[in-house]
Write a protein that binds this ligand. Structure first.
Ligand code: MYA
Length: 513
């Protein structure tokens, strides 16, 4: 975390600077070992994927793989304490992806010339007939189980597994706590398939110890539409870690997708795997700074005082755009049209139909029992036209250690679109100003609904407002991956030094929950 706040979002989250000495030593050893075996191309890619690490190496190595490799080898513990190199997770031996090396994903350093564009498309072509109809056997004592999330007790089982064992920050201070409502929302969009909610149970106790989920998604990578799935919620009980169960779950969800004629997938993660198509950075806007400070999420910057910080993050009482109101069912068509046109500018995006827009963006007020997970606000002009919208969803994180607080309530910026960005040519200053106003107004709602922090990635056009809206850079990154699809890199909104790239912005128009 560079200065203002420390990310709650576990995917892509890195450790704070004050890690214990032993772990730093382990990370240093791993890194040094990894560097020994790397080719020039691999060093270049390692640095591209780890801008924080590249930053640590200083300008002398920028762009020169030989110099970078030398600098990597010279890294001392002090260097490794900061930046992305500090994470043990991210310095695994680059050549050792034993499972991923067998999968249809691009490898590090495989191109003869990394600057040359590759032809985009599937890596391996198969037909449904070739796919096994039964799952691979599991270790003795475990069995496959399909989870029916319409059954509250099974939904609760998934919630319990994730609540106790899902993504944590490296220091195990915070763990995602997806509510049952978010899980339903995230795993049951239009077209969801029960068989894609796959679990592993201990045969005797019937306890759920492993889980992975997929949902259907029409994905656009540049000009190609891919009938794909989106994989998420991979989780293994802490007691069963490092037993190579994750590859078994991944192969099983692959088989289940393949059986439905789906041969490509998108997934994200904080760890570096072969090989990201894009890498975004997390940013965090404190809302309840005092609480974030008390739980160890936000530090007190040197030369500052708590009251300065509180004042800095004060949120206006009222929003400023006239015609801004909560999205209603009648807006679905207009929002879908606006979103589709807005997402067209990104190189990686989903194609949403009306049902999907309704599912992802509209809070269903009719079901009073369902807690609200997504908030969407539209701007309706004097001619009743929807000119803009902005949305965010709620994801809490449990505080693991002793604290007077039990959780952090985080809002995650979701999708937005504005007609201001659709003029031809785009008036960048006008777009910047409009997005700043929209985000600032959404912040008012975040505060109103009791959120402690507003999180956003460096994707979409976020580079135009993050700094102005006081989102501080986090120390987490989120890597985007495509399964069985070769694609040229897509800008993630940060430069090689992990600084916001306000010039190029990002080609990623796909968010993940
Ligand atoms: S990202 C969220 C992942 N979940 C968590 O971080 C929760 C907490 N952690 C755990 O539950 C476990 O540590 C997990 C690994 C389950 C993550 N993505 O069984 P192992 C590889 C992909 O001994 P464990 C999300 O949900 C690792 O590199 N691979 O390890 C998206 C190694 O392979 P290799 C991962 O720690 C998921 C192998 O697993 C990940 O006990 C997208 C080690 O296995 C990871 N996050 O369990 C999944 N973590 O030797 C891919 C570790 O090669 C979907 N590994 O290095 C692909 C598309 C499939 C569908 C295709 C359809 C066409």
């Amino acid at each position: 975390m560079s200065d203002e706040s420390k990310p709650v979002k576990g995917k892509g989250k890195e450790k704070d600077k004050e890690k214990d000495e032993k772990e730093r030593e382990r990370a240093a050893k791993k890194l040094h070992k990894a560097v020994e075996g790397l080719s020039k191309e691999q060093v270049t890619q390692l640095l591209d994927l780890n801008p924080a690490l590249a930053n640590e190496l200083g300008s002398g190595s920028d762009g020169d793989p030989n110099a970078a490799a030398d600098a990597l080898k010279r890294l001392n513990l002090q260097d490794i304490m900061t930046g992305l190199a500090s994470s043990g997770k991210n310095v695994k031996d680059m050549g050792a992806y034993k499972f991923w090396a067998t999968q249809p994903v691009p490898k590090f350093g495989e191109e003869a010339d990394p600057n040359q564009q590759v032809e985009e498309g599937p890596i391996k072509v198969q037909t449904v007939d070739e796919i096994p109809k039964t799952p691979a056997p599991l270790l003795d004592g475990f069995e496959w189980s399909t989870l029916d999330l319409l059954d509250e007790s099974q939904l609760k089982e998934v919630w319990e597994l994730l609540n106790g064992h899902y993504v944590e920050d490296d220091e195990a201070m915070f763990r995602f706590n997806y509510s049952a409502s978010i899980l339903k929302w995230a795993m049951m969009p239009p077209g969801w398939k029960k068989q894609w909610h796959r679990g592993v149970r201990a045969s005797q106790s019937r306890k759920l110890v492993g889980f992975i989920a997929a949902i259907p998604v029409e994905l656009r990578v540049r000009n190609n539409i891919i009938h794909a799935s989106e994989v998420n919620f991979l989780c293994i009980h802490k007691k069963l870690r490092s037993k190579r169960l994750a590859p078994v779950l991944i192969k099983e969800i692959t088989r289940l997708c393949n059986l439905e004629g789906v041969f490509q997938a998108i997934y994200t993660g904080g760890i570096v795997l072969p090989k990201p198509v894009s890498t975004c950075r997390y940013f965090h806007r404190a809302i309840n700074w005092q609480k974030l400070y008390e739980v160890g999420f936000s530090p007190l910057p040197p030369n500052s005082k708590p009251q300065f910080q509180i004042r800095k993050y004060a949120v206006p009482e009222r929003n400023s755009i006239s015609g801004l109101r909560e999205m209603q069912k009648k807006d679905v068509g207009a929002v879908q049209d606006l979103l589709t046109r807005y997402l067209a500018k990104y190189e990686l995006a989903a194609e949403f139909d009306k049902q999907e827009v309704e599912h992802w963006l509209l809070h269903n007020k009719k079901n009073a029992l369902e807690e609200q997970v997504v908030w969407t606000y539209v701007v309706e002009d004097e001619h009743k036209k929807i000119t803009d919208f902005i949305s965010f969803y709620c994801l809490e994180s449990s505080i693991i250690g002793p604290s007077k607080h039990s959780s952090i309530k985080a809002a995650y910026l979701f999708y937005y679109a504005t007609e201001t960005g659709l003029s031809s040519p785009v008036d960048r200053e006008a777009l910047k100003s409009r997005l700043n106003t929209l985000v600032s107004d959404s912040l008012v709602f975040c505060k109103k609904y009791g959120f402690d922090v507003y999180n956003a990635l460096s994707l979409m056009d976020n580079g135009l407002f993050l700094e102005e809206q006081k989102f501080g850079p986090g120390d987490g990154q989120l890597h985007y991956y495509l399964f069985n699809y070769r694609a040229n890199p897509i800008a993630g909104g940060v430069d090689r030094r992990n600084h916001l790239d306000t010039k190029t912005l990002s080609g990623v128009g796909k968010t993940q929950i």
